[in-house]
Design a protein around this ligand. Structure first.
Ligand code: GLA
Length: 725
């Protein structure tokens, strides 16, 4: 049993392979958080709540405020004397706020099912503890869920909030999880970035000022990730304590941490309250997105591998998660908007000849005027002026070649220069009387309106039904602003942001249900919507428009710290690179693109002969590690962010018999010896073949191998084959 209840002390203990999470009822009322850390056998750790020190109200009712402001809580409410960040805030129709949740009961459920309409972790080898609390004055019931899987060091949390009374109220804040704990001399890790330089790891000391990662852009955006970790100051890849959280959500989020004057730390994560209100009528309920909590006593590497395992085993659509992804060629950087059927077929023929498996037609194939960003979005029918014979004509030809086909959509958007806008100007998200700000010359469709969702779903599904398309790139190229809906009533306007996200989920869920074979790759101006919410629907996400292999070192390091390498959309682009202007050899670009799904995004028909002839070898090499990428364990050996000189990572199979390492020399240091790199994750007793030389696993991990320095920007690929013990 992973979850046990001790009635004598009124405490629950949730065990994962290496951690324990303990919570209990204090003062016969409040749901307190007692412990989260390395696995312990005893469940009676309530002394950690310091009942003698924090003047519990049962002893000194006159000091209840002091108690509320220091007791560790699982789901703190606003306005009742806990002055730390809260999880729940509501307002009645009379304008009054305040809520006081009192424990009512619990149940333990075997397994973890999916929830329609929301991305959630799932699996049979799990147990879920559901704890019910109520606030009598507002007639509100909160059910907190805590799930643990037998094979993973993570706790999955969420809250369901139900109005059991007769009058409506407004949720003004409904966070997914709170974690109260203590850790001395700690630091905060977050990820930040911008377009073309996403997911960069940042680390800062935690003093008493709050630190937060957040978004109000409608998605997490390029500049923050729905993730936060509090780590001991000395934490590195292999040692130190880590308390990490991620939100399974593709919209506005807040992850916030603060240390109170007693050095107690509170970390909360959930939908960003700044852009959220939700009206709950009598009998209605609201479910928060899931939050993941991970504790690692073995540094950041274990946190990363826990997230990877959780997502691969319990989140990503199982159909695709372990299936080999096709090696694709995408025409965006090859042609931008300037293509016709002949050009695409020319690319397809050359690509097929070299071993590429799937051709993706990117932006520009639809509407009457999509030759620049200002037109077309919303008119999801083919432009026959560009594609004679339509998509059918193109796919018939590709089919004959044996080339699979994929197609780009940007389904959440509308351009003014479209038939759709002429027919339905009211479908644009806008504030009455104001023209919404344009971004990339486009506006947002009002996904709170079911008619809009139906139109978009049918436009996409109609195409997928009529041609053999096996892959869809779902793009999203602007942040959400000027929020207002002609469809929703006045008292529900604050719901637009969350309803938009639910609308995206709904359409992607319908697509995956009707076309279970479909491989969806999510994308948002590169990597602005790379999160666990989207991973539920799409097993791979475009990581960044920046395909320069040197830039990609930090982008991919940050992405892989949170998400499996197999989910990272990664392509070889032209050189010099269109975004960074840097020139890097074809071979190094190919090695860099193996960190993920591997594909080409250049005009293959214009490549010099010596480069195009390298493609079959690159593909063969990638295919030889494709399974490792899908299933193996990832180890970060060195980070260019930190070394300023080189970067290295490796992936090891579960049975430790197969592995590969990639080393990238970025800036050479004159007059230096070969570099000694210590490997990780191998079997110390196994012998390995490395470039024809046999080493013991213990030697490779403790003494390391010597990497000869090459020119700047030269990547090296090292294969390891276990030879037995
Ligand atoms: C976004 C994507 C690119 C490409 C373009 C097309 O920027 O990130 O990969 O699809 O849109 O407009």
């Amino acid at each position: 049993m992973s979850i046990t209840y001790n009635d004598r002390i009124k405490a629950w203990k949730l065990d994962t392979p290496n951690t324990s999470y303990i919570l209990g009822v204090v003062d016969e009322k409040y749901l307190a958080h007692i412990y989260f850390g390395a696995r312990v056998e005893d469940d009676n750790l309530s002394y950690l709540l310091r009942p003698e020190e924090i003047v519990p109200p049962s002893i000194k009712p006159e000091e209840q405020l002091g108690f509320m402001d220091t007791v560790q809580l699982e789901y703190p409410c606003q306005g009742i004397g806990d002055f730390r960040e809260c999880c729940l805030a509501l307002k009645g129709e009379d304008g009054q706020t305040g809520c006081n949740l009192i424990y009512k009961g619990y149940e333990i459920i075997n397994g973890k099912g999916r929830i329609k309409g929301l991305p959630t972790c799932f699996g049979d080898n799990a147990q879920t503890l559901v704890i019910k609390m109520t606030d009598e004055i507002s007639a509100l019931e909160v059910s907190l869920s805590f799930t643990v899987f037998e094979d993973c060091d993570a706790v999955i949390r969420s809250a369901k909030i139900q109005n059991t009374g007769k009058r409506a109220f407004y949720l003004e804040r409904a966070m997914s999880a709170c974690l109260d704990f203590e850790l001395e001399n700690c630091e905060i890790i977050t990820e930040c970035g911008a377009w073309a330089r996403e997911h960069i790891i940042e680390r800062t000391k935690l003093n008493h000022a709050a630190v937060c990662a957040e978004s109000i852009r409608g998605e997490e955006g390029h500049d923050a990730m729905p993730f936060m970790a509090v780590v001991s100051g000395n934490a590195d890849q292999n040692s130190g304590e880590v308390y990490a959280t991620q939100l399974v959500y593709a919209g506005n989020f807040l992850a916030k941490v603060k240390k109170n004057p007693h050095d107690q730390i509170r970390m909360v994560i959930g939908i960003n309250p700044e852009t959220f209100t939700w009206k709950l009528e009598s009998g209605q309920s609201f479910r928060t997105p899931e939050a993941i909590l991970v504790y690692s006593a073995y540094g950041l590497g274990h946190m990363t591998r826990t997230f990877h395992d959780l997502f691969r085993n319990h989140l990503i659509r199982q159909d695709w998660v372990r299936k080999e992804r096709p090696i694709l060629i995408n025409n965006w950087e090859a042609t931008y908007f300037d293509f016709d059927k002949d050009k695409l077929l020319e690319i397809g023929r050359e690509a097929k000849k070299r071993g590429i498996e799937l051709q993706v037609l990117d932006d520009g194939w639809f509407g009457y005027n999509r030759n620049q960003p200002s037109g077309g979005l919303g008119d999801w029918y083919v432009n026959e002026a560009k594609l004679e014979g339509g998509l059918k004509g193109l796919t018939d030809e590709l089919d004959k070649m044996g080339m699979k086909f994929g197609l780009w959509f940007e389904p959440e958007m509308i351009c003014e220069d479209t038939d759709l806008y002429k027919k339905h100007p009211e479908w644009v998200v806008h504030q009455k009387g104001r023209i919404p700000a344009r971004a990339r010359d486009q506006w947002l469709l009002d996904y709170s309106n079911p008619e809009v969702r139906e139109y978009i779903f049918e436009s996409m599904a109609g195409i997928v039904r009529s041609i053999p398309v096996v892959y869809i790139k779902w793009d999203m190229n602007r942040a959400i602003s000027d929020v207002g809906s002609d469809y929703l009533p006045a008292d529900r306007q604050g719901e637009i942001w969350h309803r938009h996200v639910l609308g995206v989920y709904e359409i992607q869920e319908r697509l995956t249900e009707e076309f279970p074979y479909l491989l969806i790759e999510n994308c948002s101006s590169g990597g602005a919507r790379f999160d666990a919410g989207m991973l539920y629907y799409s097993p791979q996400i475009w990581c960044s428009d920046d395909m320069d292999p040197i830039e990609r070192l930090s982008i991919q390091e940050g992405t892989a710290m949170l998400y499996p390498v197999s989910t990272i959309g990664s392509h070889i682009a032209k050189s010099p690179n269109d975004i960074s202007w840097r020139s890097v050899s074809f071979e190094s670009r190919a090695v860099a693109a193996m960190f993920g799904t591997f594909g080409y995004e250049l005009d293959i028909t214009k490549l010099p002969k010596e480069e195009v002839e390298q493609i079959p070898g690159q593909i063969e090499r990638y295919k030889s590690i494709r399974k490792l990428i899908l299933e193996g364990n990832y180890y970060r050996l060195a980070s260019y962010r930190e070394t300023k000189e080189y970067d290295a990572y490796m992936i090891v199979s579960n049975d430790k018999k197969e592995a590969f390492m990639v080393y990238m020399q970025v800036l050479s240091k004159p007059n230096s010896l070969s570099r000694r790199v210590k490997l990780q994750g191998l079997d110390p007793e196994m012998h390995y073949d490395v470039n024809g030389v046999t080493y013991g696993g213990d030697v490779l991990m403790n003494a390391g191998i010597l990497i000869q320095r090459k020119k700047d920007f030269e990547a090296q690929f090292v294969r390891l084959k276990g030879k037995g013990k």
